[in-house]
Design a protein around this ligand. Structure first.
Ligand SMILES: *Cc1c(COP(=O)(O)O)cnc(C)c1O
Length: 430
């Protein structure tokens, strides 16, 4: 498993490679900006969880929203993964790569009728229900289809995960889930609904968690709830402890899955329920980077700027969360070290990938933005009518294009002109 960002792209003969492929060659073949993933690193991250859970009845459901690339989903499906989805679109992706619906959990606060129906038809493992109204809706949709819907309630154990407020989800004030003290009453109601089958309890307290104790604390509260329900004859088959394990973006050290899960597994020692986990970031984050080329250097009086061809629309995390990604040149060069803001071409002051980075670079150099495998491509947009980046998977000595760069024509393809201003052939000059 990759434990520090730079490990994905070590220097070989003065140049950064992913596995056996030089990043310069990737840029030459596929252009920039370009996301680059390592099959070996993805597989190692998966195995890190498998080893941590060896001997347990456990299901690891990869959180599709972290990186929804069909190639990555297909890889995880072949490794035996389940999937945590948050939309009908993500379900379609999982099914498209031959992922097993019986290992899919469906999270999210706003499931629509059609999404619930599609998940029921596919035969998913469990709906993670986030409100009383949703419980009623799922019961109704299941009844209409003559089916029984497997459900877990997502509870808020109200533990502070000590992470960024935007990615902290398990506090009382969050929009997610139901307060754990209101859960027993809702479980009683669910147990009485004829088209629901109560199956589990779910929680997910936040993301980018480096301290394992909040997750263990949450697990203990969830287990207590299971015992209380058991006493009332409501039998819980599985405990879904969510995702959230953090990765190293910089110098911080991130725990392995075994270290992260140890206190949690200890808190649940001797219990009979199946355990479900929903890791996203920790399976893909450090297995990917964003490759970009410097278009211009701009030396202002106060600051130096490296203006690159990737932007906030490609990697939103710095603009959205003030997130820090390590940025390294693909080839080291001799010369003056300057402190650069690495910025994109988008017309927003928030459009930066990194600030105050000590770099020795020239125009035309390639940079690698590390730890970009999670919440990179999936959060990208076409802002400023910028086609989204290409994606490449490295497998040993082979670079495989897994998503070609969008074309500008594709960006306009779904749009309909107003009838009276339909595009015409341009007027001849004069
Ligand atoms: C986002 C999310 C995950 C994955 O979180 P990571 O921090 O990427 O591991 C898992 N479960 C739910 C319900 C989520 O919303």
């Amino acid at each position: 498993m990759i434990t520090c960002p730079g490990e994905l792209a070590p220097h070989i003969a003065g140049e950064r490679h992913v596995e056996k492929v030089a990043l310069t060659d990737v840029a030459a073949r596929f252009g920039t900006p370009c996301y680059v993933y390592s099959r070996a690193a993805l597989t190692a991250a998966w195995q890190d969880y498998q080893q941590a859970l060896a001997g347990r009845d456990a299901l690891v459901c990869y959180a599709v929203k972290a990186n929804a690339s069909l190639a990555l989903l297909g890889l995880f499906a072949r490794l035996g993964a389940g999937f945590d989805i948050v939309s009908g679109g993500e379900l379609a992706r999982v099914l498209a790569v031959g992922g097993s619906a019986t290992r899919v959990v469906f999270s999210g606060v706003g499931k629509r009728h059609d999404e619930i129906a599609a998940a029921l038809a596919a035969g998913i493992y469990c709906f993670n229900v986030e409100s009383a109204s949703e419980l009623l809706r799922i019961d109704e949709v299941a009844r209409v289809h003559g089916m029984q819907a497997p459900v877990a309630l997502r509870v808020n154990p109200d533990v502070d995960p000590k992470t960024h407020p935007y990615i902290s989800t398990g506090l009382k004030t969050a929009k997610f889930g139901v307060a754990i003290d209101e859960a027993p009453e809702l479980y009683r109601r669910a147990a009485a609904m004829s088209s629901l089958r109560v199956r589990g309890i779910a929680c997910h307290i936040g993301s980018q968690l480096l301290d394992p104790l909040p997750a263990a604390e949450a697990a203990a509260k969830v287990a207590q709830l299971a015992d209380l329900l058991h006493g009332e004859g409501i039998i819980i088959d599985h405990l879904d402890l969510g995702g959230g394990k953090g990765i190293a973006y910089g110098e911080e050290s991130a725990p392995s899955a075994a270290d992260y899960l140890a206190p949690l597994l200890q808190a649940l020692a001797g219990r009979r329920e199946k355990l479900v986990f929903e890791p996203g970031r920790s399976l893909v984050g450090n297995a990917g980077l964003l490759l970009t080329r410097i278009e211009y250097l701009k030396h202002g009086r106060e600051r130096h700027f490296a203006i690159v061809d990737a932007a906030m629309n490609d990697l939103m995390r710095p603009a959205l969360y003030d997130a820090w990604h390590e940025i390294v040149p693909v080839r080291e060069r001799a010369g003056e070290v300057r402190s650069y803001d690495v910025v994109g071409p988008v017309c927003e002051s928030g459009d930066f990938l990194g600030q105050c980075r000590a770099l020795t670079v020239e125009e035309g150099d390639l940079l690698a933005v590390l730890s970009a495998g999670a919440y990179g491509m999936t959060m990208s947009s076409n802002y400023n009518t910028r086609p989204r980046a290409a994606e490449v998977l490295i497998d040993g000595e082979t670079a495989i294009l897994i998503r070609r760069r969008e074309t500008i024509a594709e960006l306009m393809a779904a749009e309909l002109p107003l009838p009276d201003v339909a595009p015409t052939t341009p007027c001849p000059p004069g």
